[in-house]
Design a binder for this molecule. Structure first.
Ligand code: NDP
Length: 252
């Protein structure tokens, strides 16, 4: 039988590790051509080699999502080399928790710049392709990575949670706006997934909370997220998974 995503052109941001890396490999295994975007070229090249070795097709895009012009050039390359993107996993992000009174303003700004500014640069560059592809092929997907932090309160995660609440609410708006054009928009809200995300955390309290959580739950794996993204993208065109929350069974 044909693979479920054969003929689809996917873009995965934050593809050099974690959720993005696993999802890029999975979408390629499901038959999509995959453009993988992040800053670390070596990691993207290794990923492309693995996908190609497994019989898939992939293109590396070494881009910082906060650079709007670079994201637009990458979008032009995708259209020229693979065709218009019809699946964008808008996933690059950082999580830098700290109590608000520490005034870690540089970390606040980085989270806002990447999780909101970078996410918008990707939406700005790829929305025309998604709309065009949906018109021609009948469906396209914009899947934005939010977090359970968009809904629940985790002390010292206020700024991160604010950026993710932005992602979830924006996604609901865009779904209503773009659905008539056959572009489905989804917000993916995972609980804790073991990735490099936690390795950038510098706040001791947050690090202890994360470490301690391993005693009460088994964290999700990037593969769990990859399979969920594959499922969302392979749904019949009439079905839009608006908001998907995926929690570790033991996470409160
Ligand atoms: P990782 O740190 O493993 O991956 C983050 C990815 O984002 C990397 O590929 C990194 O690549 C990329 N990235 C970061 N900054 C930029 C930038 N300026 N330009 C381009 N790419 C960038 O974390 P995860 O896989 O866990 O995180 C992926 C998403 O999932 C994030 O949005 C995160 O908030 C969200 N999330 C994660 C959860 C978790 O528990 N892990 C739970 C809920 C949501 P590079 O450094 O090479 O640029």
């Amino acid at each position: 039988p044909a693979k479920p995503l054969t003929g689809r052109v996917a873009v995965v941001t934050g593809a050099s590790s974690g959720l993005g890396e696993a999802t890029a490999e999975h979408l390629a295994a499901l038959g999509a051509q995959v453009a993988v975007l992040a800053r670390r070229t070596d990691r993207l090249d290794e990923l492309v080699s693995r996908i190609v070795k497994d019989g898939g097709s992939a293109l590396a895009l070494a881009v910082d999502v906060t650079d709007a012009a670079a994201v637009r050039s990458a979008a032009d390359r995708v259209a020229a080399e693979l065709g218009d993107a019809d699946l964008v996993f808008n996933n690059a992000g950082v999580m830098l928790p700290a109590p608000i009174e520490q005034l870690a303003v540089d970390q606040w700004q980085r989270q806002i710049d990447i999780n909101i500014g970078g996410l918008m640069n990707v939406i700005g560059a790829f929305t025309p392709q998604l709309v065009k592809a949906a018109g021609e092929r009948g469906v396209a997907d914009l899947i934005n990575t939010s977090s359970i932090a968009a809904q629940n309160i985790f002390p010292s995660f206020a700024v991160y949670s604010g950026t993710k609440a932005y992602v979830s609410h924006l996604s609901r708006h865009l779904r209503a706006e773009l659905g008539a054009k056959k572009v489905r928009v989804s917000a993916l809200e995972p609980g804790i997934v073991g990735t490099e995300l936690q390795s950038h955390v510098t706040d001791d309290g947050a690090l202890q909370w994360l470490e301690g959580s391993k005693e009460t739950m088994e964290w999700l794996t990037p593969q769990d997220i990859a399979e969920t993204v594959g499922f969302i993208a392979a749904l019949p065109p009439r079905v839009n998974a608006q908001q998907v929350t995926l929690m570790p069974t033991g996470q409160a």
